[in-house]
Design a protein around this ligand. Structure first.
Ligand code: SF4
Length: 313
């Protein structure tokens, strides 16, 4: 185990972790809400440092990032745990239960692997990367020194200090905005909307950002909510790409999979104000990036492959 950052001693042998807005107070021998930061004899440790549960070479479009080195491959790393507990989690086997199949991968080996595979960089993805803070920071620094890009795929539920410490090494983020309703965040995810908005508002000033909204049938797909979500992103920058992602009933959620029509309607609503709106997690997915002025097709996508015939080099 590796000593954790962002914690302080409390009375007795308790510790307080302030990596994320849960600010867990953790008794000795116990872990925080994320299940991976552990109080061992009055000190906080990361139990997942240098341990991965998934390593893959993914198309950047899979993150999804559509406006960041389109058509490139990125080394993708994930581990166990999450600081939210969304009832619909699409990656619950690693985020909530935790896989017993773990593979050690030092930060040096991760960088070497990315270079060997000619990846543009490293994506910290599959589960929530901020709870893997110590490893992500160390790897991101080394990756940057080697000329690689760093990408976070995150729920955005993090405190400002760790966010600001990591941001200088991060080139792009895909941030989940699961809903524009605080009740939804509280009841469905055990999180807080305000903290996620704060992360988005900080990140858009510092690196490339795209936003993903998982549309859960009957839960966050009303026209009113979609208009509010669109207005919020528009208030930041209408050029921020927004991805509406299809939900499937997994983990504890029982609502039926998002109808394709719901995704198309959501995209129609958001497109009234935002320049780049996409639908994703669909079978036989086809989506294009159009010039917002003349509507010329710049990039055509089919699944995760792209054709950039509309871009003049
Ligand atoms: S990172 Fe984990 S232990 Fe720390 S405050 Fe968040 S949930 Fe609690």
């Amino acid at each position: 185990m590796q000593t954790a950052s962002f914690w302080e001693k409390q009375n007795g042998d308790k510790v307080k972790c302030f990596l994320c807005p849960h600010n867990c107070v953790i008794p000795a021998g116990k872990h925080g809400i994320c299940k991976v930061r552990v109080n061992d004899n009055g000190a906080l440790f990361s139990s997942i440092y240098g341990e991965t549960t998934g390593v893959g070479l993914d198309p950047i479009e899979k993150k999804p990032l559509y406006h960041f080195f389109p058509g490139s491959q990125i080394l993708s790393l994930g581990t166990n745990g999450c600081n939210l507990s969304c009832t619909f989690c699409q990656n619950w086997q690693i985020s909530q239960t935790g896989s017993t199949e773990r593979y050690k991968l030092s930060s040096d080996s991760a960088v070497k692997l990315a270079l060997k595979e000619s990846a543009i960089g490293i994506a910290y993805t599959y589960n929530e990367p901020f709870i893997w803070f110590e490893y992500v920071l160390e790897t991101a620094k080394k990756a940057k020194q080697s000329g690689l890009k760093n990408v976070l795929v995150t729920n955005g539920f993090v405190n400002p200090a760790p966010l600001n410490e990591l941001l200088p090494y991060i080139d792009a983020m895909n941030i989940d905005l699961k809903s524009i309703s605080d009740e939804y965040y509280l009841e469905t995810c055990n999180g807080k909307l305000a903290s996620v908005k704060r992360t988005i508002e900080t990140a858009v000033k510092r690196c490339h950002v795209e936003i993903t909204n998982l549309l859960v049938t009957g839960r966050n797909d009303s026209e009113k909510e979609l208009m509010e979500l669109t207005d919020y992103i528009f208030s930041l920058d209408k050029e921020i790409p927004l991805h509406f992602s299809r939900y499937f009933p997994l983990f504890r959620a029982t609502e039926p999979a998002t109808p394709v029509l719901t995704l198309q309607n959501a995209a129609k609503i958001a497109s009234c104000k935002l320049s780049y709106v996409y639908t994703g997690n669909l079978e036989d997915e086809k989506s294009s990036t159009l010039c917002p002025s003349c509507r010329t097709e710049l990039i055509r996508r089919k699944g995760y492959s792209i054709e950039a015939s509309g871009i003049l080099h």
